[in-house]
Every structure is written in structure tokens, then in C-alpha cells.
Ligand binder design. Structure first.
Ligand code: ADE
Length: 247
């Protein structure tokens, strides 16, 4: 897979793309990144990428011409590229969307800045994505989030370090808790069942802990999670217990 990132701040990506799994994925040949400096597509002496907003108001707006020139240059290399603008006004990034993006061969992630991007850019991009309901200073951290979430789903990238198939959200539930040594830390013990060697009991416990956590922290996820009859029975018991405690 190829991931191109179009930004006014190319240096932002220098270190993150060289670390950990993103670095390994590039070494393995699973992904190649290219960070494109938007100013290379400006045409004036001052390399201007922004301008004052029509209608007045604070801040600056990113100009269309360099953005569209950069998009056209990438599309000329590969017309199948998926062009994505990162903006808090976009549709919300979900694990489902990440899976969709991981199945594409080539992404161009565009980082917005200042007060925003001239809205007519919507005619030139395939979609607009937000990573959450909060506002960042620019699209760079959001592009990094998208790239990170996509790359870990590429075949062979996670290897023995974990199975993406068991992730939170992939199953529709939050992940179960994890523990490693020591067995007791400052009085906090690891749950006994994990030391039992009984694989079926461990699997059941993990599933139930995932359900408990989801109910406590993100109950709205439960209505869409794929639950077995045993899961539903467990959930019904949990809800009953919590109602008894409340009442
Ligand atoms: N740029 C600023 N805030 C953002 C957000 N929440 N998601 C994507 N891009 C952004």
C-alpha cells in the first residue's frame, strides 16, 4: 500500500514514521509513505498557501490552487488514489472505515490548517474525515492516526504481536483486560483464572470482562455488537444485578 500525506508541515511526520510498527511495516514492504510539502505547489515568490476569508472574520483559509495542483499531480500518477481531507467537519473515523481504507491500494491524506480549507476543495476530494469530536490545531495528528490505524491492519504487519481480528471494535466490544508479571503488584493481584491453565475458562472470562467493560464505559456499543446467546444471557444477568444495586 502507498500512503501519501499532503501537508504544510512535512517535518511533523519525520519521527513518527520512523518508529515501531510504522517503521517495520515500511521495512517489510507492506506500506510506503511519501510526505508532500504543499508549498512545493505554490507559484508565488512567498510560497503562499493561505489567504483571508471572504465575508471577514478571524484566521486564514487554505487556498485552493496549491491543494488542487498537488491532488492533480498525485492523480496523474495513479488515478485510483483515494483522496481524503482531514477536517473536524468530516464524517467520523470508525474501525469499519479504517478497514475500508486498508483495502485500498493508495491513499492521499490532506492535512487542513488555520481556520479551515476553502470549501470548494470538496469537489476535488473523495471524502472528508474527522478523527473525533474535538478540534486539533491541524490535520497532521489526524492523518497520523488514520495512517497508524490503517497500517496495522495490513497483512503481516502485526505478526505475532497481536491479532487485529481480536481488537476492540473489530468485535464490536471494548477489549478485555490484559496482565503480565508480577502476579501481585502493591496488593493488586492478577485474576486467578488467568493462572489456571484452563483455556476455555480463560476465554469465557475474557469475553465476559469485555462485555462488562463495554456495558460500563460504552453501553451504546452493545446494541451493534455480535453477541452469542451465552453473551446475551450474561449481559441480562449483569443488567439485572446493576438494577438491583440501583434500586
Ligand atoms: N483537524 C482539526 N481537527 C480535526 C479532527 N478532529 N479530525 C480531523 N482533522 C482535524
Amino acid at each position: 500500500m502507498r500512503i501519501d500525506i499532503l501537508t504544510l508541515f512535512p517535518e511533523f511526520f519525520a519521527s513518527p514514521l520512523k518508529q515501531s510498527i510504522l517503521r517495520r511495516a515500511q521495512e517489510q514492504g507492506a506500506v510506503s509513505f511519501r510526505v508532500i510539502d504543499l508549498r512545493d505547489f505554490t507559484t508565488d515568490r512567498h510560497r503562499t498557501a493561505d489567504d483571508r476569508p471572504y465575508g471577514g472574520g478571524p484566521g486564514m483559509v487554505m487556498k485552493l490552487e496549491p491543494l488542487v495542483a498537488a491532488i492533480r499531480a498525485v492523480r496523474a500518477e495513479d488515478e485510483a488514489v483515494r483522496v481524503i481531507l482531514l477536517t473536524p467537519a468530516g464524517g467520523l473515523l470508525t474501525q469499519k472505515k479504517v478497514q475500508d481504507l486498508a483495502g485500498r491500494g493508495h491513499l492521499l491524506l490532506i492535512c487542513g490548517h488555520y481556520e479551515g480549507v476553502d470549501d470548494r476543495l470538496s469537489h476535488y476530494v473523495d471524502e472528508e474525515l474527522s478523527i473525533g469530536d474535538y478540534v486539533l490545531t491541524g490535520g497532521e495528528p489526524a492523518a497520523l492516526v488514520v495512517a497508524d490505524a490503517v497500517v496495522r491492519l495490513l497483512p503481516a504487519v502485526l505478526g505475532c504481536e497481536g491479532s487485529a481480528a481480536e481488537d476492540s471494535f473489530q468485535t464490536g466490544l471494548l477489549d478485555h483486560p490484559h496482565y503480565t508479571r508480577p502476579r501481585v503488584f502493591e496488593g493488586h493481584a492478577v485474576p486467578e483464572v488467568l493462572l489456571s491453565g484452563d483455556h476455555a475458562a480463560v476465554a469465557r472470562w475474557r469475553r465476559q470482562e469485555a462485555i462488562k467493560r463495554t456495558l460500563r464505559r460504552r453501553p451504546e456499543l452493545l446494541s451493534r455488537a455480535a453477541l452469542s446467546p451465552a453473551d446475551r444471557e450474561f449481559l441480562a444477568r449483569l443488567t439485572e444485578i446493576s438494577e438491583q444495586q440501583d434500586g
